[in-house]
Design a binder for this molecule. Sequence first.
Ligand SMILES: Nc1ncnc2c1ncn2[C@@H]1O[C@H](COP(=O)(O)OP(=O)(O)OP(=O)(O)O)[C@@H](O)[C@H]1O
Length: 260
Amino acid sequence: MTHETNNHYAIETRGVNLYYGNFRAVKDVDLQIVPQKITAIIGPSGCGKSTVLRSFNRMNDFVPSFRMEGEILFHGQNIYAEDVDPVMVRQRIGMVFQKPNPFPKSIYENVAWGARINGYKGNLDELVEQTLRDAALWDEVKDNLKKSGLSLSGGQQQRLCIARALAVKPEIILMDEPCSALDPIATLKIEELMRELSRQYTIIIVTHNMQQAARASDYTAFFTMDDDRAGLMVEYGETHQIFTNPRDQRTEDYITGRFG
Ligand SMILES: Nc1ncnc2c1ncn2[C@@H]1O[C@H](COP(=O)(O)OP(=O)(O)OP(=O)(O)O)[C@@H](O)[C@H]1O
């Protein structure tokens, strides 16, 4: 099933409603993600930020009660169409999680793994080096590639997970609170890395940390919960505008700390 869409956007959602069983967790989301920019999704706990993010690469498919209505378009194609392979979707739209979760394997294997299972025909050593460079980790690990990924610090582990995501050449990287387990210095390193990566990749980040959204993103989507507990997008725009001149009172209340 192919749809007309404006390919100007990295992802476009149309009339998206997301359910767990009978519970509508997120309602009526129409969102256009700008390519090669960093978009932050912010809002109070439970408003559906992770649910929305996970719907962008069909990660919610692993939850049996999950159901979606509407369309999520990627290159004009609804990624939920019947003929779309979710594994391909996740290859092109990668994900980094809250808690760094390297495989209990060597640093090298953590990066090489995805390329290997995709039957990568090029030089794996070169791919691993380039990817670790892109993830701003090479200099710290180049003499210890055989060491376990789990031996690294939390911040290094998270950059390794970013490298693992990059190794399969995605276009979009989804990050679900990637810094919440990290100290401020490791957090800043990830933010610098995100900025560098956004030259080449589209990045969408869920964050609880409003300062992080204000500092590190180009666009911000603010979500809140309605009376029926369904999450909804209140306002979406350039980060500077959202934080300095919000159009909606609910956004203003949230960013000024009066709510949530
Ligand atoms: N696997 C699941 N099964 C059933 N309900 C779920 C599941 N995951 C999330 N929910 C519910 O969906 C709603 C949105 O959850 P979600 O985790 O997306 O919100 P969030 O904004 O990311 O929250 P937080 O900021 O606390 O991580 C919540 O009411 C939550 O309880």
